[in-house]
Design a binder for this molecule. Sequence first.
Ligand code: NAD
Length: 231
Amino acid sequence: MENKKKLVILSGAGISAESGIKTFRDTGGLWENYDIHEVATFEAWQKNPKLVLDFYNARRHQVVAAQPNQAHHSLVALEKSFDVHIVTQNIDDLHERAGSSNVLHLHGEILKSRSTSNDPITFPVDDDLYVGQMAPDGQQLRPHIVWFGEAVPAMDEAISIVSNCDILIIIGTSLNVYPAAGLAYACNEYTDKFIVDPSTVPLHEKGFIHYQGSAAKEVPTLVNYLLQNKV
Ligand code: NAD
């Protein structure tokens, strides 16, 4: 039985930025053209399902056209030496396409749909979703996305993953969206903590070592350091 250290990666929109998928708060980003309340809440869905479906259909096209970047790719090498768990706020599948095997999506997955009833069963989506497209239970299909104001069903599992990890790496998240942001504080006092982000993130006082720069450049550097010094 191998006794590998448990290494957890908490990723956000920044890790996919260099794959061409805009972050949430980028100036000029796609999100800038939309009001969150009009496209990413259950109330929006009730008010104008077509607008919501159009918005997520566009997100899906963008994800399908994107490729994993060096940050996604380099994380895969950690699996040889660590027990790696990725907890991502991203709805894209770029970690999986790079080859990571253990990915928990906190906010859903753009390539899946589910019934508007609370049925947790998901269905793969390979084309645009449209109004009138029903789940087997007779309810309208919706994107498998956790909208603002909705509960995050994977949160308990994520807390349990982070709480006993040996190494925590946070990549490309502004830590503004709760409850996911609380995961940065869910590890224990002995955890080795790293953050990769070009922006200043107020976690130094929490003992995080900051690799300041883009994910595609800094994540491979951090991965090499960990493989040489922390196994
Ligand atoms: P955010 O936009 O709030 O923060 C992005 C962070 O990434 C910022 O701290 C920024 O400085 C950093 N960043 C920008 N470019 C970077 C780069 N090249 N390398 C590394 N870091 C970079 O995003 P968030 O914190 O993930 O929260 C926003 C929410 O929007 C999430 O819930 C997420 O589900 C959703 N979202 C997902 C995607 C996706 O699936 N790819 C894209 C946009 C938004």
